[in-house]
Design a protein around this ligand. Structure first.
Ligand code: IVH
Length: 660
């Protein structure tokens, strides 16, 4: 077991720190599954530092405050070469010398500053910067970030306080926003906000699902370590297993710093993550110590900021788009303008609150920017330039497509069209159904679906399966080949795996993960159609929102008609059979009452499921066995009356043990 952990740690180190992976992702996965299997058989061997423990523990009620032993400072900014030269002049004056120091230049990562405390090599505390002196305890959240080591590769330091940046790379950010769009949730404006929103989650399980990354850039103080320079420190941090940004580079002179900055400015667009400048630090720690800090920032470092890619233009009008889940998103239509080499004519406004917060009006001169390469955004309206003709923007009361009254729930920022027959939603649902996130039907991309929808050749999902060759061949831009291609794709999609089919339907809050959970728990479409909200809430990993959304969806009569229509056109989702008959708890349906002492209830439920059993929602006909903890409730008496099997917690564990 130790060996598997060491191997996994070693591969993580190669991947995150040395940037030199030696096995593929799937080989890593296999090894990881092996660890899970060993830990399942021997739960007593699990340590908090095991790579399996990154899934996120119990949700917190609040974030505890953490006082930083040494304040986490910020940096002064330099915008021009002259600013950098005067930074150097100030250093020399302060040090009373003419010897110019050496520097180290590092990308300035655009994320969130965090502090990690390791004691004897183990991660014991992780916190946000907060106001610099007091931050918040986000240890549980940081433990889910794969590039944050839970254990250093050496244990010599009694206590080591390292600092660095948690961020989201572009791909992770885009994927997350794509998922959120699909599930009808508000989008994050940029990777920085997404990283901040993901870390500040009381429930670490949510953080665990977000693609966060980490780079270390320093330590709180260099007294305990014997390094003489920042460069040496980076060597040490790497040896300890902490990921250092590979673009950090020593510079002998300020001229070198300046040319490094120019280099980074061209390189930045090719990086997998966003940076907003370059941090320049005096390399020598003894000089750093002599220079010290002013109130908010050290004297030995400065941040060179990239000029923002911004421009001003006019807000011509606001369009309102209706998404698949009915979410109405305002989109700013702009007088086209060149922003850092890209012509921008639209920008998302996210929602009505954002329009109000920025006090935008039609006709305003607005400052827009491209945050990295991501969606252009309106930074602000230039109110001095506003004239009387500027018109306020009002969120529509009715759907711009179907005229159904829109709804804005208090808990949501999003305004929605709740008409299930809204053509905009239907079209988007059709597009989603055929897309990669759905059944991935080759030959039926967005453009084709739009065309077929406009010609009324498809109105609802099952119509896709009744399309005929003659319908397709005559379409604009289609020929025999593309028609046959699409028909082959449609035929192949008639027996999709159940989870894929469920995810393709476009039920709110049901993406790939939830769909797989449903397939694994209920096993057939029939069972899922009949499932109650309480039964769904029993499923580990399904929340209130998803459960409500699923039952609302399947209880809608038009959905039920649609399912029948699917059957009529020969669509039958397949269940990938799992060999579960010969497992310990096959055929058993467990219920728990009272508090368990040796394991948690969720662990107990997991053990049942892992061994082929099911969990009951209450004392039902199906339920076969009650496990009784301390202070059992009325379920005990009722189960006895109904003649169900009763096990104490230790009986239950013994039965399991016998099987191990
Ligand atoms: S050093 C004493 N190095 O920039 C200051 N900071 O404006 C220690 N940042 O809060 C900061 N990349 O979150 C340093 N390579 C880097 C950085 C970096 C990003 C952030 C950091 C800090 C902010 C200061």
């Amino acid at each position: 077991m130790k060996e598997v952990i060491l191997l996994l740690e070693d591969h993580s180190h190669r991947y995150y720190v040395l940037d030199d992976p030696q096995i593929s992702d799937s080989e890593y996965d296999t090894l990881f599954q092996e660890l899970l299997e060993i830990e399942r058989l021997h739960p007593e061997w699990v340590t908090p530092e095991s790579p399996s423990q990154r899934v996120g523990g119990a949700a917190l009620d609040t974030f505890e405050q953490v006082e930083h032993r040494l304040p986490m400072l910020s940096l002064e900014n330099a915008f021009t070469d002259a600013d950098l030269h005067s930074f150097e002049d100030r250093l020399l004056r302060f040090l009373l010398t003419e010897d110019r120091p050496e520097y180290i230049a590092e990308p300035k990562l655009d994320g969130l500053a965090v502090e990690l405390v390791y004691e004897h090599g183990l991660l014991v505390l992780g916190s946000t910067r907060g106001n610099g002196s007091i931050g918040e305890d986000i240890t549980a959240q940081l433990r889910t970030v794969s590039s944050v080591p839970l254990r250093l590769r050496q244990t010599e330091f009694r206590r080591l306080e390292v600092r660095g940046e948690v961020f989201m790379d572009r791909q992770g950010f885009e994927e997350l926003n794509r998922q959120r769009e699909e599930e009808g949730e508000a989008l994050f404006a940029n990777p920085r906000n997404a990283a901040a929103g993901s870390l500040r989650q009381l429930d670490p399980k949510i953080t665990a699902e977000r693609p966060l990354r980490f780079f270390v850039y320093g330590i709180a103080d260099s007294e305990d370590v014997e390094c003489k320079t920042q460069l040496e420190l980076f060597q040490l941090l790497k040896v300890l297993g902490l990921p250092v940004n590979s673009l950090a580079a020593p510079c002998h002179t300020m001229e070198e710093v300046i040319s490094k900055f120019a280099e980074l400015a061209t390189l930045r667009h090719d990086l997998a993550y966003e940076i907003d400048g370059m941090v320049v630090k005096v390399n020598d720690f003894s000089l750093q110590a002599r220079l010290g800090a002013k109130a908010r920032a050290p004297r030995w470092a400065i941040a060179c900021k990239f000029p923002a890619v911004q421009a001003t233009t006019t807000l011509i009008k606001v369009d309102f788009q209706v998404g698949r889940t009915g979410a109405v998103t305002p989109v700013a239509i702009l007088e086209p303008v060149d922003v850092g080499g890209v012509i921008v004519s639209r920008a998302t406004l996210h929602n009505g609150d954002e329009i109000r917060r920025k006090d935008l009006r039609i006709g305003d001169t607005v400052l827009i920017q491209r945050a990295g390469d991501v969606i252009p955004e309106i930074v602000k309206a230039i109110h001095d330039k506003r004239d009387e003709s500027a018109k306020p923007i009002t969120m529509p009361l009715d759907c711009p497509v179907c005229s159904h009254p829109l709804l804005k729930l208090d808990a949501e920022v999003v305004t929605r069209c709740v008409n299930p027959h809204c053509p905009a939603q239907r079209l988007r649902t059709l597009v989603h159904f055929c897309s990669k996130a759905g059944l991935d039907i080759e030959g039926l991309g967005k453009k084709s679906i739009e065309q077929l929808f406009e010609l009324n050749l498809i109105e609802d999902l099952p119509d896709i399966f009744s399309l005929e060759r003659e319908n397709l061949i005559t379409l604009d831009g289609w020929g025999e080949k593309s028609a046959d291609n699409a028909l082959a794709g449609i035929l192949a999609a008639k027996q999709p795996p159940l989870s894929r089919f469920l995810a393709a339907l476009g039920i709110r809050y049901v993406g790939e993960v939830t769909a797989t959970l449903l397939e694994n728990t209920f096993g057939s479409l029939e069972k899922i159609l009949a499932v109650t909200k309480d039964e769904l809430l029993e499923v580990e990993g399904l929340g209130e929102q998803a459960a409500g959304s699923i039952t609302d969806y399947f209880s809608d009569s038009s959905v039920q008609e649609m399912i029948t229509a699917f059957q009529n056109v020969g669509v039958s989702p397949l269940i990938v059979e799992k060999k579960r008959e010969d497992l310990l708890f096959s055929g058993e349906v467990f219920l728990f009452t009272g508090s368990l002492k040796k394991i948690s209830r969720s662990e107990a439920k997991k053990l049942v499921k892992d061994n082929g059993g099911q969990i009951a929602s209450g004392i039902t006909q199906k339920m076969t066995c009650l496990v009784v903890g301390e202070k059992p409730g009325s379920k005990l008496k009722k189960s006895q009356e109904k003649g169900k099997k009763i096990l104490s917690e230790s009986d239950f564990l013994q039965v399991l043990d016998g099987a191990l």
